[in-house]
Design a protein around this ligand. Structure first.
Ligand code: SAH
Length: 261
């Protein structure tokens, strides 16, 4: 979320490789968001942007009965997802694309659903909503999770931390206003429970920090990344009521048939 050098990005990728998630989330949360969608076609075409190792890609394929395209920039994550889709016999319904979320080469209006867990911030929440919208069919659904303030008045410790690492972080109502502004109606939204952070992300990540540290004992960037990650985990344990990942489930608003004066 901060301006990061290429070397640190490489370390960040390495830190997450082999984990089943590269951000907070859970199958339950994916299901809850998916089931909020009314009037869904029986075999939807879904684009999962920033799919990473693909826990939610697999869950979407299981849930939807449709086709899911997982898109990510980092090849080892796609390789991880490729072996998991084979194990679950979902290869026929999940396809993978290595590419950038900022330069999507699809035709307009091709997807029933665009999904993105813990990744839209990379392109920018507003920019993602604005530019991805054209790839949705009329009335299509966009479901994204985004780190959000759960209170208007956050305590100073997390407030200072995030003003450095994610200065663009906003409250839920500010994000909902942005969703409306960029052409969506709100179907619903909810905050991920603490378990989606702890059990599925921070605990495996904390274990990984130990092996990662022993691989890079003298690399100052690696040591800085380890201490920043530890600080982030400790902060969440103290302040998880002040901020969290919020799922926003949105419907692309159709063009108005006429303008009222
Ligand atoms: N949705 C996954 C991964 C979230 S982490 C999960 O919840 O587990 C963010 C993901 O975005 C990573 O997999 C990372 O490789 C990917 N990513 C980073 N920059 C990207 C870009 N420019 N285009 C596409 N994917 C990108």
């Amino acid at each position: 979320m901060r301006q990061t050098s290429a070397g640190v990005i490489k370390l960040l990728f390495e830190l997450h490789e082999g984990l089943s998630r590269a951000g907070p989330g859970s199958d339950e949360a994916t299901r809850r968001a998916f089931r909020m969608i009314p009037r869904l076609s029986r075999s939807p075409v879904i684009l999962d942007i920033g799919c990473g190792p693909g826990a939610q890609t697999l869950e979407l394929a299981r849930l939807s009965g449709g086709r899911v395209i997982g898109l990510d920039i980092h090849l080892p994550f796609l390789a991880h997802l490729m072996s998991r889709r084979r194990e679950e016999a979902l290869s026929g319904r999940i396809s993978l694309i290595q590419g950038s979320m900022s330069a999507l080469g699809f035709k307009p209006g091709v997807f029933d659903i665009i999904w993105s867990e813990g990744a839209i911030y990379i392109h920018g929440f507003d920019e993602g909503l604005r530019t991805w919208r054209s790839f949705l069919k009329e009335g299509g659904v966009c479901a994204v999770s985004e780190l959000s303030w759960l209170t208007k008045d956050p305590p100073s410790e997390p407030s200072t931390f995030f003003s450095d690492v994610y200065p663009g972080m906003r409250t839920v109502s500010e994000n909902l206003a942005a969703c409306r502004k960029y052409g969506y109606n709100i179907i619903g939204h909810f905050a991920l429970p603490d378990d989606a952070w702890e059990k599925n992300y921070y605990r495996p990540l904390a274990r990984r920090l130990k092996t990662f540290g022993s691989k890079h004992p003298d690399d100052p960037d690696a040591l800085a990344l380890i201490s920043a990650t530890r600080r982030e985990i400790a902060l969440f344990r103290k302040y998880s009521t002040a901020y969290g990942y919020v799922f926003y489930v949105l419907r692309k608003r159709g063009r108005q048939p006429f303008t009222r004066f």
